[in-house]
Every structure is written in structure tokens, then in C-alpha cells.
Design a protein around this ligand. Structure first.
Ligand SMILES: NC(=O)c1ccc[n+]([C@@H]2O[C@H](COP(=O)([O-])OP(=O)(O)OC[C@H]3O[C@@H](n4cnc5c(N)ncnc54)[C@H](O)[C@@H]3O)[C@@H](O)[C@H]2O)c1
Length: 390
């Protein structure tokens, strides 16, 4: 029988020790982040270990001010890092914090949390390990609800859910909503329409030249929405088969050699990064021809300050974590028995939220990314105040 008590409990976990730190590695800088930095302030961090299955995991709960913390489970090796375990804790802390902001702006009654399982998913992922992980999730009694992230899939959540009911993003055969990319793409499309309305006074994308980099699960659904509205669509992907598939289905779509060529395309109105993070950096921002950046990729801004570089060039940036929240809206809905129409109606609100962010940015004289953070922080602070008063 696996011992499901947290190895390290920081904060108010009902079963775990209040502040017992028994890690062998020097976790000084992680603890500094947690307790003393702007990026910290997490309510609870749980280190999980199950020697029988080889499970090593971190569950980070940043905030439960708005409700149970919701965020996916990343399965990653951190092999290139000097100290993989410390890198995993740092990643979990960052990702959990990001989820608090994302969930707040998605209008969800959920706080932010995230988990990381340390290991190569191709090598270490077993049903027994996922079930052991599920028992740890369950031990938190609903303070943390998990879902898919990089390295985990709906079938994995089916397995985790054998050990806990605090799991979402399961397959339709198991009562889940399945692939979240449909509503993620729909949300990005809503954010793009809001950007057009803010910049050009009309939300329509008809006749606009839109470049999509990365036509995977989200990108190809986004292309569908854009074509339906009459936009001129350009695409690029490192996988030639992805490009061939989309141009065969839609001959009007123009294939571009690579992302570098795409972002330099003359007359591009909108750039939609839908591949990996860090798309907006010191090399790409100066050469962008688009007037709007709005895409699904997480963590598009390579480092702090890029949001200002975009604003200085007059490029409107729709914050990634706002416009790509359709997926989390979908998995949150699943917790109440999935209703696609209800989830879609909620994802449609990304349009109004994006517009409100642009308006706040103009009023405060800050880039939209900063305005988004402020609105999210305001919602969390109000919830905390209401909680303290009740
Ligand atoms: N799927 C979701 O519901 C969801 C939700 C929120 C955010 N996101 C984010 O959106 C992005 C896309 O997600 P996805 O589910 O479509 O992933 P995916 O893996 O299905 O698609 C990504 C695509 O990008 C391509 N790609 C990789 N590197 C590239 C490069 N340098 N240039 C051009 N193309 C490149 C890949 O070949 C692939 O086709 C990711 O950053 C993901 O984290 C996805």
C-alpha cells in the first residue's frame, strides 16, 4: 500500500506536516522563491514519492482564493538540468502561479495549481505510476484538480481517475470531454476578433492576412475558423505532413517555408504563434510585419520586457494565457458533467475579456500583458477579501 502523505507540506494541508522539509538536495533557492519572492506566495507545495512505481512528483497549489486549484500534470524528465528535482519544483511553482492568473481571467471559480511528474514519459509512464500519482492527488481532498499537460493525455487522466475523482480532461468513453484543442482554438479566434475590433474598429477578419505558425491540434482548428470567416491564411510547420494535410483540404491556404519567413511576410495583419513558447523575442519582434499577435502557444514572451518592445513597435499583443484559456474552460466544465454548448458559451466570453484588457491597458498606459495581470490580481484580491469577511 502506498503511503500517500506528502513528503513535504508547505502551507495549510489538512493532513501533512506544516513545514517539514526533508529534501536531501539544497533547495534554498526554491524555498527563497516560494517564501520571499514575487513569484512565490504559493499556499501549498507537495512532494510525492512512491518507490514501488518510481513516481516522483510535485504538486504546487498557488491559490485557492477563487476555488479549488485547477491545472494540468506535466510529465517531463528535466534531464538537461543540473538539478532535475529542483528544476521540477521551480517549474511547478511557475506553472501553478500562471494557472491562478489564467483561471481568474477565464472567469472560472478555480484557483491555480499544477503538477509535475519527473521522468521521461516514453520510458517511465506506467499505469501503476499514474495510479500512485492519483492517490496523491486524492489525498488533497479536492484542493487540487488535475488535467492533461505536456506529456500527459486524456487516456492518462482516465488512469489517474481510477484513484481520484479530482481529475478532469478524461476521454469521452470515461465521461470526459476529450481533446481540449477545439475550444482552445475557438477562444484564440475570439481573442483575434477582439484584437481586430480594438485596432480596426471591426471584429471581422474577412480579407485579413493571418499567419499561423504551428498547425497541430489547435492550429488546424484555428485555420478552419479563419477560412470560414473569409480571412487569407498562411501557414507553416516543421512537419511537412501537417502542411500537406491542410493545403490538400484547403487549397486556398498558402504554405510558407518557415516561421522566420512567415513573420516577415509583407502585409501580414495577424501573427498567430501556435507552436512552442518563446515565439516573441529579441530576434523576432523587430522584424514582425503583423499589427496583431494572437495565438495559442503558452509563454510567448521570451523574457520580461518583450511586451513593451511590442507596444513600442505599435503591435497589439493579445496575452497568450487569456486567449488560450478555452481548453481550461472545457476541462472545468467537465467537472459538472460536460456540456459542449455551455463550455463554448463561456469560451466566447474571451472576446469581451480581451477587449476589457486592451481598454485597461490604454487607460493605465501599460502593455496588455501588464493590464491582464492587474485584472487577474484584482479578481483574486476581491475573492480573498470576501472570503476573509465571510
Ligand atoms: N491543446 C490545447 O488545448 C492547448 C491549450 C492551451 C495552450 N496550448 C498551447 O498551444 C500550442 C499548440 O498546442 P497543440 O495542442 O496544437 O500542440 P501540437 O503539438 O498538436 O501542435 C504544435 C505544432 O507546432 C509544430 N511546431 C513545432 N515547432 C515548430 C516551429 N519551430 N515552427 C513551426 N511549427 C512548429 C509542430 O510540428 C506541431 O504541428 C502549445 O504551445 C500549447 O502549449 C494548447
Amino acid at each position: 500500500m502506498t503511503d500517500v502523505r506528502p513528503a513535504v507540506g508547505v502551507g495549510g494541508h489538512r493532513d501533512g506536516p506544516e513545514s517539514a522539509v526533508s529534501a536531501q538536495h539544497d533547495t534554498g533557492s526554491v524555498l527563497h522563491t516560494l517564501f520571499h519572492s514575487e513569484q512565490g506566495g504559493h499556499e501549498q507545495v507537495v512532494l510525492c514519492q512512491d518507490r514501488e512505481t518510481g513516481l516522483k512528483a510535485v504538486i504546487a497549489i498557488h491559490s485557492t482564493a477563487l476555488g479549488p486549484a485547477l491545472g494540468g500534470t506535466r510529465f517531463h524528465a528535466y534531464a538537461s538540468e543540473e538539478n532535475p528535482e529542483e528544476a521540477a519544483v521551480k517549474d511547478a511553482l511557475n506553472l501553478a502561479r500562471g494557472m491562478s492568473y489564467k483561471n481568474a481571467l477565464a472567469g472560472l471559480d478555480h484557483g491555480g495549481g499544477k503538477a509535475v511528474i519527473i521522468g521521461d514519459p516514453g520510458q517511465h509512464k506506467t499505469e501503476a505510476l499514474l495510479e500512485a500519482y492519483g492517490r496523491f492527488v486524492d489525498s488533497l481532498g479536492g484542493r487540487y484538480v488535475t488535467a492533461c499537460d505536456v506529456g500527459t493525455y486524456v487516456q492518462d487522466m482516465d488512469v489517474v481517475s481510477r484513484a481520484s475523482r479530482w481529475v478532469t480532461g478524461r476521454s469521452p468513453e470515461n465521461g470526459g470531454a476529450g481533446d481540449s484543442s477545439v475550444l482552445t482554438a475557438f477562444g484564440v479566434y475570439q481573442g483575434m476578433r477582439a484584437s481586430a475590433k480594438h485596432l480596426w474598429g471591426d471584429p471581422s477578419l474577412r480579407g485579413r492576412k493571418v499567419g499561423v505558425a504551428g498547425i497541430g491540434k489547435v492550429g488546424r482548428h484555428l485555420v478552419g475558423h479563419l477560412l470560414e470567416e473569409g480571412a487569407e491564411v498562411l501557414v507553416t510547420d516543421v512537419r511537412p505532413e501537417a502542411v500537406e494535410q491542410i493545403t490538400a483540404a484547403h487549397p486556398e491556404v498558402v504554405a510558407v517555408a518557415d516561421t522566420d519567413a512567415l513573420i516577415r511576410t509583407e502585409g501580414l495583419d495577424v501573427y498567430a504563434p501556435c507552436a512552442l513558447g518563446g515565439a516573441l523575442n529579441d530576434e523576432t519582434v523587430p522584424v514582425l510585419t503583423a499589427k496583431v499577435v494572437c495565438g495559442a502557444a503558452n509563454n510567448q514572451l521570451a523574457h520580461p520586457g518583450v511586451e513593451k518592445d511590442l507596444a513600442d513597435r505599435g503591435i497589439l499583443y493579445a496575452p497568450d494565457y487569456v486567449v488560450n484559456s478555452g481548453g481550461v474552460i472545457q476541462v472545468a466544465d467537465e467537472l459538472h458533467g460536460f456540456d459542449f454548448a455551455r463550455a463554448k458559451a463561456k469560451a466566447e466570453k474571451i472576446h469581451g475579456t480581451t477587449l476589457a484588457i486592451f481598454e485597461r491597458a490604454a487607460a493605465d498606459g501599460v502593455p496588455p500583458a501588464v493590464a491582464a495581470d492587474r485584472i487577474a490580481e484584482q479578481r483574486m484580491a476581491e475573492a480573498r477579501k470576501a472570503g476573509a469577511a465571510s
